[in-house]
Design a protein around this ligand. Structure first.
Ligand code: F6P
Length: 358
């Protein structure tokens, strides 16, 4: 009997269901022995507190196109994994016990950076684990692409496109805040796809005077409006000099709900221009996966299914240089794939006239 447990962890994204369906299709079509599928509810919480349900083929029918996750998800930060819960429960031991109690042969975890660290921890503890790279942020090390990213790029691009027309009618400066606290792949790609004039990323601290120069340059050249795409985690050169603690303190004391509003205030003060802020927020993570993500997540799922049938564990299935690869979890855990300010895509964006405030 082959017993497989599934869980989806961390912030959701599009194509989680498509990826799980991919794994299950491979098992259904190729497994020579009987099998059982277990779905842990709300991420690692389900594994810690033994909240699961048995899944059958019908659970995976019709979910290729469905957004969100049929299992539910939650954030159990890696840094809390070794802290006992409020009742003194050892979370890692609880997860191991529940895995062994169900006699699982493996656990398939769909998650991002933090969740993969926990998966690696469980793998080091002796559990058979395979992970699939999910996140709209595309920041998982070891894979060129994560599923959910392309769907979010599509949504964010549409949002910025919509703003373009109203910005142009009113001759306004518009800031569109795009998700990405630590890395800027999503704002970079959505910004380029929608013809943004200025893109501010966490990896490239900005100088407010350079941002203003770029707006005024456009004014001089007769452009009536400016579109600024700002990552959630965009940071000024000044703030980048602060320690993590000092910066967190500054943010906590700020009257602005996010960096975009602070920037809008500064631009208005320095230029007298009318500035509006739009925050698409979780819309970027919602709804059906785009066709690219449906195919990509299905392929990742198929590769994970193959690994399960071969009995190979301790890997994240990724995609590198146009090939599916298995990356040892210990290589992935704890590393972020950030935007290199010297990368070709940044150089090309600059050649296209996009300003980064640096
Ligand atoms: O990690 C995905 C992500 O959507 C980030 O881009 C964003 O900063 C964060 O999650 C939002 O988290 P939450 O859903 O917990 O508000």
């Amino acid at each position: 009997m082959l017993r497989i447990g599934f869980l989806t962890s961390g912030g959701d994204c599009q194509a989680l269901n498509a990826a799980m369906r991919g794994v299950v299709k491979v098992i259904q079509n190729n497994c020579k022995e009987p099998y059982e599928l277990y779905g842990f509810e709300d991420g690692y919480k389900g594994l810690i507190y033994s909240k699961f349900r048995m899944l059958t083929g019908s659970d995976f029918s019709g979910i290729l196109t469905r957004g969100g996750t049929i299992l539910g998800t939650s954030r159990v930060p890696f840094k809390t994994i070794d802290q006992p819960d409020e009742n003194g429960l050892n979370k890692v031991e609880a997860m191991k016990q529940n895995y062994y109690k169900l006699q699982l042969n493996c656990l398939v975890m769909l998650g991002g950076n933090g969740s993969t660290k926990t998966a690696n921890r469980l793998s080091e503890e002796g559990l058979n684990v395979i992970t699939l790279p999910k996140t709209i942020d595309n920041d998982l090390w070891g894979t060129d692409m994560t599923f959910g990213f392309q769907s979010a790029v599509d949504i964010a691009t549409t949002a910025i496109d919509q703003i373009h027309t109203t910005a142009s009618s009113h001759g306004r400066v518009f800031i569109v805040e795009i998700m990405g606290h630590k890395v800027g792949w999503l704002p970079l790609n959505a910004g380029m796809a929608s013809g943004a004039d200025i893109i501010l990323l966490p990896e490239i601290p900005y100088d407010i005077d350079k941002v203003i120069d770029a707006i005024e340059d456009r004014d001089k050249r007769g452009s009536r409006f400016t579109i600024i795409v700002v990552a959630e985690g965009a940071i000024s050169k000044e703030d980048a000099k602060l320690s993590k603690k000092e910066y967190a303190k500054k943010l906590a004391a700020s009257k602005h709900p996010s960096v975009s509003y602070e920037l809008a205030d500064l631009i208005t003060k320095k230029t007298g221009r009318e500035v509006r802020v739009t925050v698409p927020g979780h819309v970027q993570r919602g709804g059906a996966p785009c066709p690219y993500d449906r195919v990509f997540a299905s392929r990742l799922g198929a590769e994970a299914g193959k690994l399960i049938l071969k009995g190979e564990f301790g890997y994240m299935v990724g995609y590198r240089n146009r090939e599916m690869v298995k990356v040892p979890l210990k290589e992935v855990a704890g590393k972020l794939k950030t935007v290199d300010p010297k990368a070709d895509i940044i150089k090309e964006a600059k050649l296209l006239g996009i300003k980064f405030g640096d």
